[in-house]
Design a protein around this ligand. Structure first.
Ligand code: DAH
Length: 340
């Protein structure tokens, strides 16, 4: 009888491995496992004819067989199910079809430029501070040594809001806010949005970005300014570019200098890219005016400092050869996606 069971198991194993459809599997199940007339039941029926002492052992053996047979059918069922799924997938999806590229967002080129600047200052121990875009007339002008009747205000016309406030024309007011809040030594970087009442063209925008560097301590000299700004320009444009300090005038610095960088195309001899100048203007700089230190409550005999303000759009334009400032705000994917 045990042989009969073994033979049954082998037969099931072979048939279950070959069966292809659920319907065939179902009839196999019936053939072998049906309570009435199933082939296992038929073998079991002979139980009664066995001597008593052999019955228990045979019963155990029969149960074992039943489990093996069920396991074989279970496996077959899983195999048929998987094959069905695969076939369905193959019909619905062509796995060789090229994928649809996901449109990933990316950082705006201005943000990238700014992050680069921030990293440079961070490594040199500067604190990054941000100030209000809506400023008071006091901080934007008076505190920066530009009284109400000063002609310098004409070059920095802006949008005036209610209650004596305005959209700040530069990040310089944060010089005063910082110096009022913290006693020297201070070293800060002030990035941010700035505004001017300028007509929009390829080189002017009414809304742009600047960053201001400021260091005030005992014994700070113009040499510190030159060294720092030259280092920054090398970082931004590459070591082969030269930096030039051109005497200039700002109300809140004395002496003052315009910072120029040698043109990448002609290296200073003059070409069409730089309009024949050989140099590109990057921004203003100078030694913090004693009046600014005094207004902030610090003794200009004891402390001195340097400051500079550069335009972020300007830097990105020079670095990437962008010739129209409007490109930054037009949200043209063709433009934005160039900066990976
Ligand atoms: N705030 C000036 C501007 O927007 C730029 C500037 C010049 C900033 C000289 C400075 C500086 O900190 O020292 O035109």
């Amino acid at each position: 009888m045990s042989d009969q069971l073994s033979a049954l198991e082998s037969e099931v194993a072979a048939k279950a491995a070959a069966v292809q459809t659920e319907a065939d599997l179902e009839s196999l199940r019936n053939e072998f496992l049906a309570r009435k007339g199933g082939r296992l039941s038929q073998v079991m029926a002979s139980l009664g004819r066995l001597p008593k002492e052999e019955r228990a052992e045979f019963g155990r053996r029969a149960n074992e067989s039943k489990e093996r047979i069920e396991a074989a059918f279970g496996q077959a069922q899983q195999r048929i199910l998987n094959a069905g799924l695969q076939a369905e997938l193959a019909q619905r999806y062509d796995v060789t079809f090229p994928g649809i590229p996901a449109r990933l967002g990316r950082q705006h080129v201005l943000r990238r430029t700014l992050n680069d600047v921030v990293e440079f200052f961070h490594r040199r121990g500067f604190a990054v501070v941000m100030g209000p875009e809506v400023e008071t007339e006091f901080f934007n002008f008076e505190a920066m040594n530009i009284p109400a009747d000063h002609p310098a205000r004409d070059a920095m016309d802006t949008f005036y809001l209610a209650g004596g406030t305005l959209l700040r024309t530069h990040t310089s007011p944060m010089q005063m806010r910082t110096l009022l809040a913290y006693p020297p030594p201070v070293a800060v970087l002030v990035p941010g949005r700035t505004f001017r009442r300028d007509a929009l063209d390829a080189r002017h925008a009414f809304n742009f970005h600047q960053f201001e560097g400021l260091q005030v301590d005992r014994g700070i000299t113009f040499g510190h300014l030159k060294g720092f700004v030259t280092d920054l320009c090398r970082h931004l444009y590459g070591a082969q570019r030269r930096t030039r300090f051109r005497p200039s005038y700002f109300q809140f610095t004395e002496p003052s200098a315009e910072v120029d960088v040698s043109c990448a195309v002609c290296d200073g001899s003059g070409c069409r890219t730089c309009g024949g100048a050989g140099w590109l203007e990057m921004g203003g700089s100078g030694m913090v005016h004693p009046n600014v230190l005094r207004t902030a409550g610090h003794d200009p005999e004891m402390y001195s400092g340097w400051a500079f303000g550069l335009g972020i759009e300007r830097i990105a334009m020079v670095r990437h050869g962008i010739d129209d400032i409007r490109a930054f705000t037009e949200s043209d994917p063709g433009f934005l996606e160039q900066f990976a």
